[in-house]
Design a protein around this ligand. Structure first.
Ligand code: COA
Length: 212
């Protein structure tokens, strides 16, 4: 078994634990050391305790005390925060895991970079590239021939159509649809339930149907 820590005690941190447990139920691989979080709410600590997973303290505490390198996953929804925290763990010699829930469907010629989390029910079509730290949440779909650059978050049930390119650190809200062939610029924010019918400039927030 290989030791892994989860960064983030919030809801997605526990969903990442679910992904790890589901992987282990098919083929035991991960020994969960615990969860790192700088300031977990009491309710989050109670929820962790209920599943028997220890809180390892703040990131600084973990980095000061950790000995052997471990695998890690950064289970934080904010792409920018994820990028920063991933860099700190990797800089300290720890290794980003790539986690794919066994109930996700991953097609042929799919490239998943380190730090990626693919949740249950996600559908990744063929010839798809997902960059470092990509998150594909439950029941989201990534169409054929699409490229997600580093630190992209695809929230639950979003649909990225075929031949879409999404720039680094962008976030696609829950249930949003991006039509085929479009380019979403770096750092863009797509609102929940939006229908994106035109390419999105870097750094822009769009929402609604059609998205504006
Ligand atoms: C679009 C979004 C980025 C806007 O965030 P924001 O700038 O903080 O927006 P606010 O909450 O201040 O709302 C501003 C206005 O936009 C509207 N609005 C917010 N989100 C919207 C959405 N997804 N679609 C349409 N309108 C939306 C609000 O009703 C409000 O309208 P008003 O000014 O007429 O009252 C955000 O609401 C969103 O959809 N994020 C994705 C969230 C997500 O995926 N959650 C699931 C997590 S698993």
């Amino acid at each position: 078994m290989e030791r892994i820590v989860v960064l983030g005690a919030g809801g997605f941190g526990r969903e990442a634990l679910d992904v790890i447990e589901a992987i282990n139920s098919v083929s035991p691989r991960w020994d969960v050391v615990g969860v790192i979080d700088d300031a977990p709410a009491a309710v989050q600590l109670d929820r962790l305790a209920a599943r028997g997973v220890p809180w390892l303290g703040a990131l600084d505490t973990f980095l000061d005390s950790s000995g052997e390198p471990v695998w890690f996953t950064v289970a934080i929804g904010s792409p920018a925060a994820r990028q920063r925290l991933h860099a700190r763990l990797e800089g300290a010699g720890h290794r980003p895991a790539t986690l794919v829930h066994p109930a996700a469907h991953v097609g042929s010629l799919v490239s998943l970079a380190p730090g990626t989390i693919i949740c249950g029910g996600a559908q990744i079509s063929t010839n798809v590239t997902i960059g470092v730290g990509g998150h594909v949440n439950p029941n989201a779909t990534i169409g054929h021939d699409s490229t997600l650059h580093d630190w992209v978050s695809i929230n639950p049930a979003a649909v990225v159509s075929g031949e879409v390119t999404i720039g680094a650190t962008s976030l696609v809200g829950a249930g949003a649809v991006i039509l085929q062939g479009l380019l979403v610029g770096e750092g863009a924010l797509i609102g929940a339930a939006a229908c994106v019918t035109r390419s999105v400039e870097p750094g822009r927030t769009v929402k609604g149907v059609p998205a504006r």
